[in-house]
Design a protein around this ligand. Structure first.
Ligand code: ADE
Length: 274
């Protein structure tokens, strides 16, 4: 999977994403990062200016449309060339990273992880000229209801969450499935050696070797933890996993029909069966 990041600070992206698990995945060729400096597409050869005052007044500068558009066209040309003409019409999603967007979550990460290329546009200053957004943005995404100084950190947060879902990026494929937010549940508590630390013992069930019981215990813990810490998620979980109705107790076999039973109208019996 290829991540293309349009930014004024490419070094931030390279430093942020080039280490640890994502750096290793990149070395293995599972993912790639291409941080493209919007300033390289400035029409202003002398000062490489990419921002200007806002029409209608107001504080701050706005990122201009043309450098962003030219940067985008260059990225698209690279993608089209790499994927060949067969895929040329395929729409590549461009995520404008903005506090005005939909709030990023695990479901969105999974959705984006299905793409082969993703483009991120990181804003700065007071934002971006609306016209270029109308032209190129397919998704407006925020990482939460607070305002940061630029889009690079949010883009890196999203890229990390998406990239780790790419097959092979995590060593243990399973770990992407069992952890927090899978099935709207938070992850259960986990313990490692020693068996007792500061007087606190590891729950005995985890030492029992009974895998079925351990799984049941973990699910119970996940549910309880989600209910306590994230009642919003718990509600979703309960809607998707309603408690199974208790099995009805078997009624005792009826005694042989009495004479009065035999007098019941036949239509009534039929109705009950419809
Ligand atoms: N840019 C500035 N703040 C942001 C946020 N909270 N989410 C996404 N992009 C941003």
């Amino acid at each position: 999977m290829n991540f293309h990041i349009m930014t004024l600070f490419p070094e931030m992206i390279e430093q942020g994403l080039g280490t640890s698990i994502l750096g290793r995945a990149r070395d293995k060729g599972l993912i790639s990062f291409d941080a493209v400096n919007i300033r390289d597409y400035s029409g202003d050869e002398k000062h490489h200016k990419v921002d200007d005052y806002t029409y209608g007044g107001g504080a701050g500068m706005l990122m201009q449309a043309q450098p962003i558009y030219d940067c985008y066209r260059a990225i698209m040309a690279g993608i089209e060339q790499k994927s060949g003409s067969a895929d040329a019409d395929k729409k590549v999603r461009l995520i404008y990273v903005t506090p005005q967007g939909r709030t990023f979550d695990q479901q969105m990460a999974m959705d984006f992880a299905g793409e082969s290329d993703l483009i991120f546009l990181c804003g700065h200053y007071e934002g971006v000229d609306e016209r270029v957004l109308e032209e190129i943005a397919t998704d407006y995404v925020s990482i939460g209801d607070y305002v940061l100084t630029g889009g690079e950190l949010p883009a890196m947060v999203m890229i990390d969450a998406i990239a780790r879902l790419v097959p092979g990026v995590l060593n243990n494929d399973e770990s992407a499935m069992t952890e927090s937010f899978h099935n709207n549940l938070l992850e259960y508590p986990q313990y490692s050696r020693p068996e007792e630390w500061m007087g606190k013992k590891v729950p005995p069930i985890l030492l029992s070797g009974d895998h079925k019981k351990v799984d049941e215990w973990r699910l119970e813990q996940s549910i309880a933890r989600t209910k306590e810490r994230r009642p919003d998620l718990y509600e979703k979980y309960m809607l998707e996993n309603p408690p199974k109705p208790e099995k009805k107790k078997r009624r005792k076999k009826k005694a042989a029909p009495s004479d009065s039973d035999n007098l019941k109208a036949p239509e009534a019996d039929n109705k009950e069966n419809t």
